[in-house]
Design a binder for this molecule. Sequence first.
Ligand code: ATP
Ligand code: MG
Length: 261
Amino acid sequence: MGEIPDSHPRKPSLLARARLTEAAAEGLLAESAMIAHGRGEAFDYLLGEMTSDSALAAIHESAARLLAAERPVISLNGNTTVLAGKDAIRAAAILGCPVEVNIYYRTSERMSKLISTLTEMRDEVSSEPAPDAWTGSQWPDAVMAVEILGADADGRIAGLEGPRSQCSSRGIEAADAVLVPLEDGDRCEALIALGKQVLVVDLNPLSRTARMANVTIVDEVSRAMKKLCKALLDNPSPTQWDNDATLRDALDIMAEASNRI
Ligand code: ATP
Ligand code: MG
């Protein structure tokens, strides 16, 4: 897709499609991945394809809760790995926490492909410039220390049935705070019922996931994860958080989209 000029107003969206198409051909994604992405795109169009102030506040709140957690973990599905895997690794390196591949339709082939994709991404991130406040030599060590969990599904999410209940005992099962971009409603509900802090990224402010999470970042996952890395470096503290207000704000922005005509 090198032929899309920089001036194209919807270049990031087209590049995301190209990346997902390629990843699907490589067998990294479930068949429904494109449908989920298309649903997200529609909401993003209504949001003007940018991070709103309320989404940015939710990003800061999520950063604060991850920093305050004793055992945070970042859960990654196929779409998130493809669209924002490198920033997820960066965030995990800043937090000193693992990432865990956890997919809705679990097959050992897709699990191992996603884990090797993330392993390559981790190598790349380790040789890229350190974020502000990190010395050049600390950074590659912190990045390479990020564990990529998921291959060993030796844990369970209580309250779920079958393969969807599988997780890593040292990752999601043990975690007190889970960042789960693009999570399914059922699993979000189960994690909340276990008393974990559940921080989600979901462009649909009306999805069950969005309404159930402790903090919902209504933003596109690659934009959100990039900003999350920045927010983590600001060392924010958790606040009283009105999640319904952030969902209403996203819906207000979408409702006002008609003013753009
Ligand atoms: P729920 O089960 O929570 O009611 P759902 O069934 O509508 O949600 P899923 O198919 O489980 O949703 O997951 C896809 C969700 O991810 C959708 O809500 C969609 O808006 C969102 N989504 C898709 N792509 C992106 C993206 N790139 N960034 C952020 N959110 C996205
Ligand atoms: Mg669902």
